[in-house]
Write a protein that binds this ligand. Structure first.
Ligand SMILES: Nc1ncnc2c1ncn2[C@@H]1O[C@H](COP(=O)(O)OP(=O)(O)OP(=O)(O)O)[C@@H](O)[C@H]1O
Length: 323
């Protein structure tokens, strides 16, 4: 039995003609983490607000363990009690300290348990050393980590996160994602996370749903949506692709990282000319002209501008999509 299920939800904002969310259904098993990704304006934030009961839907039904949840308008405080919503502009009292705010979130527990949780959460969100700092003096990333600690302090039944790591540097983000994944799974907390960054979903989500113009266009594991995107839009959400036409409504192609360059000719490979190169860390990013197409590829090899190279693609990673 699904823990939460949302059936045929739609939302048209006041004064708008097109729905921000259009007939979306979603089920969440207990402890499942679902990632929502999609182009800007595709309805991700609206969907998470509808799920959390923070805005009313025009249509749709909401179930918790098969029991119908009342419409948002009927609740004094919007939202279901066990739902925590972590959003980018999470409200923190500027004159509270980190420690006080977190202890306040733990006030319902007995002293020993609250202390244990406090230490655990400070460690998880790497806020040790900042406990006495005022919220107004925290950096964006520190605020975001405190907001996360507060959101999970009381073991929510459903944790909704909208771009929860947007202020964190990559190293901190990846460490936090790993720790959070273990935490959610150990405590069987269901979660929906909205983000523009696939690496955040790959690290956390059991299932990814792809939204476009308010509708789900694909749903699957990280592996499925990354390797078998059904639409050009889905493919490009996970990184750039070298595309080739395949009839009027289709493209085939390979991701930039599945495109390889050689300095000498090999059987069956096509020639291309290096048009530009830029530093990309471990590799260089090359821009190439092959026939009439412009391609891109990463390579650790050094090629010069104007040099002729030979291009190969990882055949097993070929993408076939609708456009
Ligand atoms: N309060 C509102 N009133 C009217 N239209 C809105 C409102 N909030 C969002 N929209 C519109 O609804 C659509 C979906 O917006 P939403 O914020 O859910 O998208 P998103 O996928 O989260 O976008 P982004 O990735 O840019 O944050 C957009 O066209 C947006 O302009």
């Amino acid at each position: 039995m699904a823990q939460f299920s949302f059936k045929n939800i739609s939302k048209v904002y006041f004064g708008e003609n097109t729905p921000a969310v259009n007939n979306v259904s979603l089920e969440l098993e207990e402890g499942e983490v679902v990632g929502v990704i999609g182009p800007s304006g595709s309805g991700k934030s609206t969907l998470i607000k509808l799920i959390g009961g923070f805005i009313p839907s025009d249509e749709g039904e909401f179930f918790y363990e098969n029991k119908n949840l009342p419409p948002v308008e009927d609740l004094l405080i919007p939202g279901f009690e066990g739902v925590k919503y972590l959003r980018q502009d999470f409200k923190l009292d500027p004159n509270d300290t980190v420690g006080r705010r977190l202890k306040f979130a733990l006030r319902h527990y007995d002293e020993d348990f609250a202390e244990e949780r406090y230490t655990e959460l400070i460690e998880l969100t790497q806020l040790g050393g900042f406990e006495n700092k005022l919220c107004k003096l925290l950096s964006g990333g520190q605020r975001q980590r405190l907001a996360l600690a507060v959101s999970i302090a009381e073991f929510p039944e459903l944790l909704l996160m909208d771009e929860p790591f947007s202020q964190l540097d990559r190293g901190n983000k990846l460490r936090l994602i790993n720790a959070l994944r273990d935490y959610l799974s150990e405590n069987n907390i269901s979660s929906v996370i909205v983000t523009h960054h696939p690496e955040e979903l790959f690290g956390l989500a059991d299932r990814i749903i792809v939204l476009r113009e308010g509708q789900i266009i694909q749903e699957g594991s990280s592996n499925e949506v990354y390797f078998n995107p059904n639409h050009k839009i889905t493919a490009e959400l996970f990184g750039p692709v070298n595309w080739f036409p395949n009839g009027a409504e289709k493209n085939y192609g390979w991701r930039w990282e599945d495109t390889f360059l050689y300095s000498s000719s090999k059987d069956g490979l096509k020639e291309a000319t290096v048009k530009d190169l830029s530093f990309a860390g471990k590799t260089n990013l090359y821009t190439l002209k092959m026939d009439e197409s412009i391609l891109h590829a990463y390579s650790e090899k050094k090629f010069a501008n104007g040099q002729i190279v030979w291009v190969d693609f990882d055949k097993s990673k070929k993408l076939n999509v609708r456009i």
